[in-house]
Write a protein that binds this ligand. Structure first.
Ligand code: ATP
Ligand code: MG
Length: 575
């Protein structure tokens, strides 16, 4: 493609609201534009990236025995009411009414639609398994759309669904998808890991996430340094071996802590380590208040709490609710005398002589023995794992890394088939429910994640498999007949080799072209200029490592092949 014919509006500066590299670079490289919050126009180069990603996904999905279909974006509320999610999904579900006053929503996911279709069609075990997928635009009215394509409101997802007659075949479907995902992310050329993920509180289910490792990731992933354990922080269990120390705890008493409402303020004032404090968090679980206790140096884990309480939604109570329940301002809640169900983290079963909020302004309590002084409803694993913990599988040391969730495979079990009565008749004529799995990949998020992993100060460095073009060919002097003739000849030759080429034939200064070439991040650059031609060569650059070389005009075909494979292979070994 000739650059002079293209719509590639590159920018010198990144827009002020872009925080992370992929967001800045996708805008600067003229690959996308924002329409409104979390909603983007994919410009031609950006669309080529999405098409490359989708092509690899399609090939592997088809190879795994899944068939493509395309479902509508607009869905009727009736199905969502049947599954119970109309009520529970929350504000991410964009709801509206049509002209006949019928309630509808924009699909954030398609379990309801596909289950409804399959239940109407499939009657016998002979028709199972059903394995389908689509690549389609989703809408989720995210609370905090940010980071460009990483967390959009409108985004492209590949979603797949499997329906099986029994657990054994359902596990085969799951495995087929898990393996296909391994191949997909390998082929995409990103550095990734699959990790054990949260599966909510659905019995008989399990799930894995595929994470692209990058510092800007919103998820934290836990890896064991010794064994193969890898899990999302949401889910990583904590091994607690009890605590034998038998401290005798003096009677508890109030202590003045004027203005100290954070852990660090209290520890400074009372000169104690934060592990001696108990944090009391008041939460609303599906609207019902509860107290949660974790040690002062720990973080509560919302997912674990949600699963324990079997709640759809857990959030910290707003200040007004907190004040009315604890009769104290924010920062002074404590477990003693708190008239709420109280859930305490496992490690608080152990030694017990703590400092906690006094449920009174500017007051804490010391010598709190949780067994003696508080009414704990239950102890459970309710906190985030941290680097001082050990691997729950082998007891070895762990490390924490940031990751971007690009894929998710989920064994759903009966969740939707039960709610929507997706049943079939088995070999004995008995009615049974189908066992489902669902499998998502964030197509547009992958484009962002790949750039988070691969960029430098000058721009994007595309993994070759998803680059919008394989190569950019720079004509440094379009007004020079000799240079142009050679550039045109190389352009034609590259196309004959089935290489996808962006030919920069613009009448622009060489500096502009070099800058744009680095910004766009195509894997290989070929530079045709008068100086090289005098020596019968053109210059070549590998965008990833910056290595430069020359292609001899007299040996053009062989030299081109050699460079192209060097760039490709260099990438493979660098992943
Ligand atoms: P997250 O935890 O990041 O919100 P999720 O668990 O809600 O994701 P799934 O419902 O599993 O996401 O969706 C499947 C895939 O779709 C995710 O693995 C992710 O790659 C992608 N995805 C989800 N939400 C968004 C979004 N707002 N913008 C872009 N991609 C998204
Ligand atoms: Mg997920």
């Amino acid at each position: 493609m000739r650059f002079s014919f293209c719509y590639i509006p590159t920018l010198k500066e990144s827009p002020a609201d872009a925080e992370v590299a992929s967001h800045k670079l996708l805008l600067r490289a003229g690959m996308m534009r924002k329409l409104t919050s979390g909603v983007y126009i994919y410009l031609p180069l950006g669309l080529r990236v999405l098409d490359k990603i989708s092509k690899i996904i399609r090939e592997e999905m088809n190879a795994a025995g899944f068939q493509e279909l395309l479902m509508p974006m607009v869905q009727s509320a009736d199905l969502w009411k049947e599954s119970g999610r109309w009520e529970h999904y929350g504000k991410e579900l964009l709801r509206f009414k049509d002209r006949n006053d019928r309630e509808c929503c924009l699909g954030p996911t398609h379990e309801e639609v596909i289950t409804d279709m399959v239940r109407g069609e499939v009657r016998s075990y002979r028709q199972l398994p059903v394995r389908l997928y689509q690549i389609q635009t989703k809408f989720r009215d995210e609370v905090r759309p940010r980071f460009g394509l990483m967390r959009g409101r409108e985004f492209i997802m590949k979603d797949a669904y499997s329906f099986d007659m029994d657990i054994a075949t359902a596990e085969q479907s799951y495995k087929a998808m898990y393996n296909a995902y391994q191949k997909i992310f390998q082929r995409l050329g990103v550095r990734f890991r699959s990790v054990v993920a949260d599966n909510g509180s659905i019995g008989g289910s399990f799930s894995h996430e595929f994470m692209v490792l990058a510092d800007t990731g919103e998820d934290t992933v836990v890896f064991c340094d010794n064994c193969d354990y890898a899990a999302n922080m949401e889910r990583a269990e904590i091994r607690w071996n009890g605590n034998d120390s038998e401290l005798s705890c003096p009677p508890c008493e109030n202590v003045d802590t004027p203005g100290a409402h954070t852990v660090s303020e209290v520890t400074k004032l009372l000169r104690v380590p934060s592990a001696k404090l108990v944090k009391t968090l008041v939460v609303l679980a599906d609207g019902k208040p509860a107290g949660v206790l974790v040690r002062g140096d720990r973080e509560m884990n919302e997912t674990k709490l949600k699963n324990l309480l079997k709640a759809q939604d857990v959030k910290l109570a707003d200040v007004t609710t907190l004040v009315s329940l604890t009769r104290a301002p924010l920062g002074f809640a404590g477990p003693v005398g708190l008239d709420l169900p109280i859930y305490a983290d496992l490690e608080l079963q152990g030694d017990t002589d703590y400092i906690a909020g006094g449920n009174k302004a500017d007051t804490h309590m010391k010598h709190v023995d949780l067994h003696r002084d508080a009414h704990i409803t239950a102890h459970a694993d309710l906190r985030n794992i941290d680097s001082s913990d050990v691997c729950p599988q082998c007891g070895g040391p762990i490390s924490l890394k940031r990751g971007i969730e690009v894929g998710h495979v989920f064994m759903l079990g009966l969740k939707y088939s039960e709610a929507l009565r997706a049943a079939f008749l088995d070999e004995n004529g008995q009615e049974r429910l189908m066992i489902m799995g669902c499998y998502g990949i964030g197509v547009s998020r992958i484009a962002a994640a790949a750039i988070e992993q691969n960029h430098d100060a000058d721009g994007i460095i595309f993994p070759p498999p998803i680059a919008p073009y394989d190569c950019i060919l720079l004509n440094l002097d379009p007004n020079n007949a000799e240079v142009t003739k050679t550039a045109e000849k190389i352009y034609a030759r590259l196309q004959q080799f089935n290489m996808e080429v962006l030919y920069d034939d613009r009448v622009e200064r060489p500096g502009v072209k070099f800058k744009d070439a680095d910004l766009l991040g195509l894997p290989m650059q070929i530079v045709v200029g008068a100086r090289g031609l005098a020596r019968h060569v053109v210059e070549c650059k590998d965008r990833r490592c910056g290595e430069r070389g020359e292609l001899a005009l007299g040996n053009l075909d062989a030299d081109l092949h050699q460079w192209a494979s060097r760039v490709r292979d260099g990438w493979k070994t660098s992943v």
